[in-house]
Design a protein around this ligand. Structure first.
Ligand code: SF4
Length: 421
């Protein structure tokens, strides 16, 4: 079975940050056996284990017609958690695929703070001196003015400090890093990673038809108030829901996502140090963190979120620091049955803790669903929420041939085991 037929570019770039040299290679047969995304990232982390690797990877569905095909997995070895795979959404995965690559490995440490820019057939390591001390919104503005399109990962101005509580975000949207990716990027002197795309992604003729059916099913399962599609399923999110109802301006969807779960809430202008952050509001992508934050800060969790997103800090840690009387209940205590704390943290530590309902299907636990999404390259959230979405529902985008589907499932089982350890 050849999964590469249109689904993958079959190309890996290895960027040596110390020498600023780049090597491009093709996927090996073993990598093809492990499908893609987090499973192949794990193989690459093992291969480069002595060279401080950070790996970005896409899956066979990334950038195609499968709903929510926006995902890129950012994987790194954490000292205390083992291998972590952080889901990166918005348009990150498709942009990497459009750049002609499926995987990028960063080895070593850059001699000075840098921005890595990936464009079709070209990777550049540029200086980040002019970004020193800048908030994330100011950094994004500066990089966009330099012609950079998709800022897939960026850290805040103080990520190089020893604090453990920094998060790597996707542009101004926030993200799902509560496991140390920002600190790891800082240890390699990477301030931001930009992907400009530039190429094409092919798809099968019937994919559009299949997508329309699946998207229709997801739309039928959306609640009347779409802004609560995710929050409405999170236990204890009453205060967060009230804030959404009060301050909701509009929602935002990642690449090809029928859900559009990212709420944009109105906020007053905010001051970060001497800098005025003047956007009209804040994007809420980390629903689990926002829900936990609003339990202790029911009136101003959205304002705290805006500050955290501007500074590149975990919003829960920021709230704790600003109000020492408040002991913020961490988003991972206690976890619902079926999600182990180790696995939760290794998938970023910020994904919604929602147990999938269609438990009679294969790969139906929270951990298996997230691992599946992180391997094939789709956002895990629809997999957790919508009964219409499941590994079998996405199978036609991989192959419509029964025998090939069976081979794929056996590889999937092996790949999920690899990711879950
Ligand atoms: S469910 Fe939300 S985070 Fe996931 S792809 Fe859709 S809009 Fe993005």
């Amino acid at each position: 079975m050849n999964l590469s037929g249109g689904l993958m570019n079959r190309r890996i770039a290895t960027v040596d940050l110390e020498k600023t040299s780049i090597l491009q290679t093709t996927l090996t047969a073993e990598m093809t056996d492990f499908i893609g995304g987090a499973a192949v990232n794990t193989l690459l982390l093992e291969k480069y284990s002595k060279q401080m690797p950070l790996v970005l990877g896409t899956g066979p569905l990334t950038g195609g017609f499968a709903p929510a095909s926006c995902l890129m997995a950012a994987s790194f070895p954490s000292k205390d958690k083992g291998i972590c795979h952080v889901p990166v959404v918005i348009k990150s995965g498709p942009m990497l695929k459009l750049s002609g690559l499926d995987f990028v490995v960063f080895t070593g440490k850059a001699p000075r703070p840098c921005v890595v820019v990936i464009s079709k057939g070209n990777i550049q390591v540029e200086t980040a001196y002019d970004l020193a001390g800048m908030s994330i919104p100011a950094t994004v503005k500066r990089l966009k003015a330099r012609g950079m399109k998709e800022i897939v990962l960026v850290t805040g101005p103080d990520a190089h400090s020893s604090s453990r509580h920094h998060s790597a975000f996707t542009s101004v949207f926030g993200g799902f890093d509560r496991c140390g990716l920002a600190g790891y990027m800082a240890s390699k002197n990477i301030r931001a990673i930009v992907i400009n795309g530039g190429g094409e992604i092919s798809f099968a003729d019937k994919d559009l038809e299949t997508d329309l059916v699946l998207t229709g099913q997801v739309h039928n399962q959306l609640p009347r108030r779409r802004s609560l599609a995710v929050l409405g399923k999170i236990m204890g999110s009453d205060s967060a829901r009230k804030l959404v109802k009060k301050y909701f301006l509009h929602s935002h969807a990642c690449f090809h996502c029928p859900v559009g779960c990212i709420n944009f809430l109105k906020t007053p202008d905010t001051k970060i140090g001497t800098e005025q952050v003047d956007s009209r509001g804040v994007f809420i992508l980390d629903h689990q963190g926002f829900s936990t934050l609003a339990q202790n800060h029911p009136k101003d969790a959205h304002i705290l979120m805006k500050k955290a997103l501007a500074m590149g800090v975990d919003p829960l840690a920021l709230a704790e620091k600003m109000d020492e009387r408040t002991r913020i209940k961490q988003a991972n205590e206690p976890l619902p049955p079926g999600i182990s704390i180790d696995t939760y943290q290794r998938f970023g530590g910020a994904l919604p803790q929602i147990i999938p309902q269609n438990t009679k299907q294969s790969f139906s636990t929270w951990e298996e669903r997230v691992a599946f999404s992180m391997i094939v390259g789709v956002c895990p959230i629809p997999q957790l929420i919508f009964p219409a979405m499941s590994p079998s529902a996405l199978m036609p985008f991989i192959s419509r041939d029964k025998d090939q589907a069976e081979i794929f499932y056996s590889r999937l089982e092996k790949s999920i085991q690899k990711v879950l350890g």
